[in-house]
Design a protein around this ligand. Structure first.
Ligand code: 2AM
Length: 480
């Protein structure tokens, strides 16, 4: 009998997804470019895991039941196109290809259209949760060819993480057309950059308070019991508790952060859409600055900061508020971007469902995502997360500690870009009349870009001959 599903690409994510599928009763045909990997992997599976090795793509395709369901977990980029090109001639119309790798959403968009020309239904699915998630239940974000969804729904929901009060709500649902599945995964990763930076700043401020990594591990463990409960807070506690030869391991790790680009792509998309995803932008920038290790060492000898110590009135509870307020701000920004992307690309994203899918399995999983899911379930067209009454109250409360933390950190010269950015966004957002009137006047002064007036209807544009030397010509204008 043919296998229920096929999977190509047996690196660690692929292997773990195969085992997850097999544990849920699916028979899986597997193929990998390097055959020895296929053979050694299949040799490790158990008798009750129905995993079948194939050594050529033709044999692989022949061994999967029709309409075929073929999952790709090959290296994102040209490798995905290469495998698709080889597959196209072997598959039949109606077959389904699911790319579960970290593809860029614009590539997915192109592949959905390209394969539709061959009658092949293509799904680009974000899969989050790392190796452990892939093995025991990731968050799965499928998008693309919607008529394929009924054929893969049960399978993907079976292997996904489960959330909710009874742990029976799969963290996998249909995202939308085109590249929307991979787009939502990209935003997940961008938000993850923000969450990590927010916690790294807590570590820096608590360190400036004189708290040892071991003491901080306890604080993070305590935070993990309340509103900050999340996978990243939990592992941060474990990281700060870890020792090597009796000393904190964190103290010997080089402070130069790596990145694979999903944070950067999130920021690029936000810029393109004109959305102020400021906290994640700072998080990406902070990683970039961290990589200049030698230059920073030279700068530390040249550039002076304040000699003031951190304000002793600042407490770990203020820092907890800073973490919470910064997180709320970052998610408000992330959901602004998702809402805009949904509108401009006509994806019709269900924001409540996306928040619900991130409750378990993925790296940003957190109790707090339940609150976001509630907010958008109560009001699908919510203009902004901060307008939901729960979050309005939450940020009004936590902004006090955030402000205290930013002030204390700035006075002592401790860099907290994510907190400062969150506070700036918060203050800017709640300022009904800001300073852009001056920007508009400057633009009109040097470039005759015109301005609107508060005493006239929106859309009426005025120009002033500021220096008394200009003509009456006006420049064309656009709004970002
Ligand atoms: P490999 O074991 O033969 O290298 C992650 O790199 C996965 O993608 C691996 O399973 C790898 O196969 C596969 N991969 C990378 N580039 C590929 C390509 N051009 N064609 C097919 N598979 C590829």
């Amino acid at each position: 009998m043919a296998a229920d599903v096929g999977l190509i690409g047996l690196a660690v994510m692929g292997q773990n997804l195969v085992l997850n599928l097999a544990d849920h009763g699916y028979s899986v045909a597997v193929y990998n470019r390097t055959t020895s990997t296929t053979e050694s992997f299949v040799a490790t599976t158990t008798a009750d895991q129905d995993v079948r090795a194939t050594t050529t793509l033709a044999e692989f395709v022949d061994s999967v039941e029709r309409p075929r369901r073929v999952i790709l977990l090959v290296k994102a980029g040209p490798a995905v196109d290469a495998v698709i090109e080889d597959l196209v001639g072997l598959l039949d119309a109606g077959d389904i290809v699911i790319d579960g790798g970290n593809s860029l959403y614009t590539d997915t968009e192109r592949r959905v259209e390209g394969l539709a020309d061959h009658g092949i239904r293509f799904i680009g699915s974000g899969v989050s949760g790392g190796e452990e998630g892939a093995r025991h239940g990731p968050s799965i974000m499928p998008g693309g060819s919607e008529e394929a969804w009924p054929h893969v729904r049960d399978m993907l929901q079976a292997i996904a993480a489960k959330a909710g009060p009874a742990d029976d709500e799969p963290c996998c649902d249909w995202i939308g057309p085109g590249g929307s599945g991979h787009y939502v995964k990209m935003i997940h990763n961008g938000i993850e950059y923000g969450d990590m930076q927010v916690l790294a700043e807590a570590y820096l401020v608590l360190t400036a308070m004189g708290l040892s990594p071991a003491a901080q591990a306890e604080i993070f463990a305590e935070w993990n019991q309340g509103r900050l409960q999340s996978y990243l807070v939990e592992i941060t506690s474990g990281i700060l508790a870890a020792t090597e030869d009796g000393s904190a391991l964190i103290d010997v790790i080089l402070d130069a952060a790596g990145q694979k680009g999903t944070g950067k792509w999130t920021v690029i998309s936000a810029m393109e859409l004109g959305q102020p995803m400021m906290l994640v932008t700072e998080a990406v920038g902070a990683r970039m600055l961290s990589s200049f290790v030698d230059t920073r060492a030279r700068a530390s000898a040249l550039l002076q900061g304040p000699s003031t110590a951190l304000d002793p009135a600042l407490t770990p509870s203020d820092v907890a508020d800073a973490v919470y307020a910064a997180k709320i701000t970052s998610y408000a920004q992330g959901f602004m971007l998702l809402a805009d992307a949904s509108n401009s690309r006509e994806w019709d994203l269900d924001l409540a469902s996306i928040a619900a899918m991130w409750r378990a399995g993925c790296i940003i999983r957190a109790a707090f995502l339940d609150d976001i899911a509630h907010a958008y379930r109560d009001a699908p067209l919510l203009e902004n997360l901060l307008f939901d009454h729960f979050f309005t109250d939450a940020i009004n409360g936590a902004a006090v500690g955030l402000r205290k933390t930013v002030v204390a950190a700035a006075a002592a010269g401790v860099p907290v870009p994510a907190y400062a950015s969150a506070l700036t966004f918060y203050d800017g957002f709640r300022t009904a009349r800001g300073s852009a009137n001056l920007i508009q006047a400057q633009r009109d002064y040097f470039g005759a870009h015109t301005y609107e007036r508060i005493d006239k209807p929106r859309g009426e544009w005025f120009h002033t001959d500021w220096a008394g030397t200009g003509g009456t010509a006006r420049s064309g204008s656009y709004s970002a």
